[in-house]
Design a binder for this molecule. Structure first.
Ligand code: SF4
Length: 343
């Protein structure tokens, strides 16, 4: 289906653990010090720095879309874990224009961080599920903003008709367009339990179509879904590493109030990953992940007022620090156990 992807990778620790082998760096202490701050995985921040020369900040937008899992096309209750906000609790106010949402986001970030340019992130619900002329208008409005450097559009693989693909392709000639697909798992049994609403083959078709149009593909995966063993989750990572995707978002399963997952949790008390299990799992995922895939997310903290479990995930900074510490202690890195598919 896809052309084979081959990639060779060298441990970042080779330099870090044996600095004297890298004599040129001794003459450039700034560069050398920077090596110590590099992550042993292909982090989004570092890739943005390389590509755009600076860190970009995401502005989360809500353009008032719905989702076929909610409007009655495929269902009305949404995916089992999805909150009423359509996984966009941090997104902007759909009552405001895109420009107003962007300006509000910039005001909120720029007081706290040295931000100059931003990514317009269409986050809430399914952001390609609307009439074409509306999509064209809102995407273009974001692209026209001088401080927007790229678009990131969260959607479902079954919501990418030809005309939307053509629109995204033409916008991609103006500024980079990333398409974020909510896959969650490759396992059909889990997918039907969570009411995802499309089979894996539809995801494959979307990846092929986006790849053929040189659109960047980011895949959202949820770790800890009910009934999935560690090996099943790792199978999802192994499988994604064979596809021409550019980015991966790894998200811990959150149980949010007023979702069907919360009711299921109350009835069954299914196992929720502990922090130690999650960190162990994340490291295994990174080790198996193809080295060039950009890691957009390693965890998430979820909306405080809605989160039922796991509450430890609220300490996002501490979870990330522990992942980084553990990667260092185990002297491991993204792709260490990745095996390219055989010809
Ligand atoms: S596809 Fe996304 S927006 Fe739609 S119900 Fe599922 S998680 Fe929610």
């Amino acid at each position: 289906m896809f052309s084979q992807i081959h990639f060779s990778y060298v441990s970042p620790y080779l330099t870090i653990l044996h600095p004297k082998r890298e004599l040129p760096f001794l003459h450039f202490p700034g560069t050398y010090a920077k090596l110590y701050t590099m992550r042993p995985y292909n982090s989004l921040n570092e890739s943005l720095q390389k590509r755009f020369g600076e860190k970009l900040y995401k502005l989360t937008l809500n353009i008032g879309c719905t989702c076929p899992n909610r409007d009655g096309t495929l269902g009305t209750r949404g995916c089992i874990f999805c909150s009423a906000g359509g996984s966009g609790e941090f997104a902007g106010d759909p009552g405001r224009t895109v420009t107003e949402q962007i300006e509000a986001g910039i005001r909120a970030i720029s007081g706290k961080r040295p931000a100059r340019r931003y990514i317009a992130y269409f986050q809430a619900y399914t952001n390609t599920y609307a009439p074409l002329d509306y999509l064209q208008r809102v995407y273009q409005e974001a692209l026209d903003h001088p401080k927007i450097a790229a678009l990131a559009i969260a959607t479902r693989p079954d919501c990418l008709p030809l005309e939307v693909l053509d629109l995204l392709t033409s916008l991609n000639h103006q500024k980079p367009v990333w398409v974020e697909l909510g896959l969650q798992t490759i396992h059909e049994g889990t997918a039907s339990f969570i009411r995802r609403g499309y089979p894996l083959s539809v995801f494959h078709e979307a990846v092929e179509a986006l790849h053929a149009r040189s659109l960047e593909i980011i895949v959202h995966v949820i770790l800890g879904l009910p009934g999935e063993s560690k090996e099943m989750m790792l199978d999802t990572i192994r499988h994604l590493s064979t596809l021409p995707i550019h980015g991966l978002k790894l998200q811990l399963l959150h149980i949010l109030k007023n979702t069907d997952l919360a009711a299921y949790y109350e009835q069954t008390s299914f196992h929720i990953l502990t922090q130690k299990e999650y960190i162990d799992l994340i490291i295994s995922c990174l080790e198996l992940c193809r080295p060039d895939i950009i890691i957009h997310r390693l965890t998430g903290d979820g909306p405080k007022d809605l989160l039922i479990a796991p509450t430890w995930s609220q300490a996002k900074r501490q979870v990330l620090n522990t992942i980084h510490k553990e990667l260092k202690q185990r002297t491991t890195w993204q792709g260490r156990l990745y095996t390219p598919p055989s010809d």
